[in-house]
Design a protein around this ligand. Structure first.
Ligand SMILES: [Zn+2]
Ligand SMILES: [Zn+2]
Length: 139
C-alpha cells in the first residue's frame, strides 16, 4: 500500500526533502527584519506543524538568531542551494515551521495571522482580511 502524506516538499536542488503526516496547527506570515533578510523578500510564509508529524531527509545547515521576546529561532537551510526550509523556536520546542514556498503543493496554505506588520515594506501587498499585528501577538 502506498504511504499517504498530508504534504511534501523539498529545497531547490533536492538534497533536502520532507513529508508531513498531518495538517498544520497554524499558518502565518512574518515581516520581521530577520524573516525578510533570510527569505530575501517581503515576508516569510510559514506553516507550523507538530515536530513528530514532519519527516526530514537530508542534512540542513542551521542559523540561530534572537527574537524580540527572548527566544531563539533556529533557521534551517540547504547547504548546497540555500533554500530556507524550516524554523524552530526555543519557546515552542514541539513545533516546527515549514516555509510554504518549499511545499510541492501548497494550495491549502492560507495565513491566519500576519505578524510584525510594522516592518512590512510598502511593495509587499497582503490580503486585508487576514488578522494583522504590528508585532508578535501573545499566543
Ligand atoms: Zn538544496
Ligand atoms: Zn519573522
Amino acid at each position: 500500500m502506498p504511504e499517504t502524506y498530508f504534504a511534501s516538499g523539498q529545497c531547490l536542488c533536492g538534497d533536502v526533502k520532507y513529508t508531513i503526516s498531518s495538517p498544520p496547527v497554524r499558518m502565518g506570515q512574518c515581516h520581521c527584519d530577520d524573516c525578510r533578510r533570510s527569505s530575501g523578500t517581503g515576508h516569510a510564509s510559514n506553516a507550523f506543524f507538530k515536530k513528530n508529524d514532519v519527516q526530514i531527509k537530508g542534512k540542513t545547515s542551521l542559523y540561530d538568531s534572537n527574537t524580540d521576546t527572548g527566544s531563539i529561532i533556529t533557521r534551517h537551510f540547504c547547504p548546497k542551494c540555500g533554500s530556507r526550509l524550516f524554523g524552530e523556536n526555543s519557546a515552542a520546542t514541539e513545533i516546527i515551521g515549514v516555509t510554504a514556498g518549499t511545499l510541492n503543493d501548497s494550495h491549502w496554505f492560507k495565513a491566519n495571522v500576519i505578524v510584525y506588520n510594522k516592518r512590512k515594506p510598502k511593495w509587499d501587498i497582503m490580503d486585508d482580511s487576514i488578522p494583522t499585528f504590528d508585532e508578535m501577538p501573545p499566543l
